[in-house]
Design a protein around this ligand. Structure first.
Ligand code: UD1
Length: 343
């Protein structure tokens, strides 16, 4: 079976994808500098799969050591590139950190792919490239216009998509799949791996579960005066394990030579939009735990509403995100309880 290089493989989406790849029989080598993850994630993966992935503590910015890695693992057939900085607010404060980390990593990988004859790459992009789509483009499909990024983080995703397009145009041997994620949530049902936010979570679900666990006093709902049915923002929350499975499908499609274009782009979402208040109420219902909250002002830079039209991924990849949101929220709660030692 082929070996897959997974950069950022000890991270949130990366670790779930490594589990899915290994369960399908792939050999995996993870490259991660552990800047936003924990080496114990490898134990979690091993507990779930029964095998331990190879792991190399290397920064993707370090061209020399990445080059040596490709010399050592001559059987790498595809790369899934998750490793990136992802905090929107921090990217506004430290734009050059984001441009360096996110862009140079990809440039290094693409150069090394040519050098070592690795021909397939899956890239983690984001629905952030669509900004706020017009009403006529909701739900949003892959043909919706790309809008000017609202943050350096978002801009790195757009620039990286362009770097991939230009590289593939110049090198017919390189094939790429760009996956535009909507909002990943939840954790592996075993609660052996999940999201490990650093400090105060920026994202909704970790904040909800930490509040339920008593770590935070209350959730702040950012705005109830949006032009949506209940006034709070709408997103397409996708189960992280469903998302992970799409990566396996994307790798299979490229390795089997079925990709019809040199660069294929897929939206990965459920096709269903849920509001912040719907998520909160559903979480309280399924967990049986009260989550205190207050409505506060809008968060700067938030999009009012966006959800996916995932038809292309459904048809072409033969993949669907179909885990009920109740189960997903319970998996997030089980993970939080596991982390905090709550019974
Ligand atoms: C955010 C990023 C996006 C990135 C994604 C990665 C912004 C503006 N966007 O998406 O670029 O790709 O994370 O996961 O930061 N909310 C609250 N209270 C909270 C936290 C969130 O009400 O304490 C609301 C937000 O206003 C939003 C929704 O929950 O309506 C989801 O927020 P979040 O989880 O941060 O995701 P995005 O903003 O969609």
């Amino acid at each position: 079976m082929a070996r897959i290089l997974v950069t950022g493989g000890t991270g949130y989406i990366g670790s779930h994808t490594v589990v899915c790849l290994m369960e399908q029989g792939y050999d995996v080598v993870i490259v991660d500098n552990l800047s936003n993850s924990n080496v114990e994630v490898l134990d979690g993966i091993e507990k779930i799969v029964g095998r331990r992935p190879d792991f190399e503590n290397i920064d993707c910015l370090d061209f020399t050591n990445m080059d040596r890695l490709f010399d050592r693992y001559t059987d790498i057939e595809a790369i899934i590139h998750f490793a990136a900085s992802k905090a929107v607010g921090e990217s506004v404060e430290k734009p050059l950190l984001y441009y360096r980390n996110n862009i140079v990593s990809l440039v290094n990988l693409l150069e090394l792919m040519s050098k070592h004859s690795v021909h397939h790459i899956v890239f983690s992009s984001s629905c952030t490239v669509y900004g706020q789509p017009d009403a006529q483009h909701l739900p949003v499909d892959e043909t919706a216009p790309i809008q000017k990024a609202l943050s350096p983080y978002g801009n790195t995703k757009q620039i990286n998509e362009e770097i991939i397009q230009d590289t593939c145009h110049a090198n017919e041997h390189i094939h790429a799949t760009i996956l535009r994620y909507f909002n990943p949530i939840g954790a592996h049902p075993s609660a052996e791996i999940g999201e490990l936010p650093n400090g105060v979570p920026n994202n909704l679900l970790p904040f909800v579960t930490q509040t339920a666990a008593g770590l935070r006093e209350k959730l702040r709902v950012f705005g109830d005066d949006y032009n949506t049915p209940d006034g709070s923002c709408i997103r397409d929350y996708i189960y992280v394990l469903d998302l992970a499975k799409a990566h396996v499908k994307a790798v299979e499609r490229m390795l089997s030579g079925k990709a019809e274009e040199q660069v294929e782009i897929f939206n990965l979402g459920t096709g269903r939009g849920l509001s912040v208040l719907e998520i909160l109420r559903t979480f309280i219902k399924v967990s049986g735990v009260n989550v205190p909250y207050e409505i506060v002002g809008r968060r700067e830079g938030d999009i009012e509403q966006v959800w996916a039209k995932p038809d292309r991924a459904n048809k072409v990849l033969g993949w669907k995100a179909d885990t009920p949101v109740e189960d997903v929220l319970l998996s997030a709660w089980k993970w939080e309880k596991h982390l905090r030692g709550i019974k």
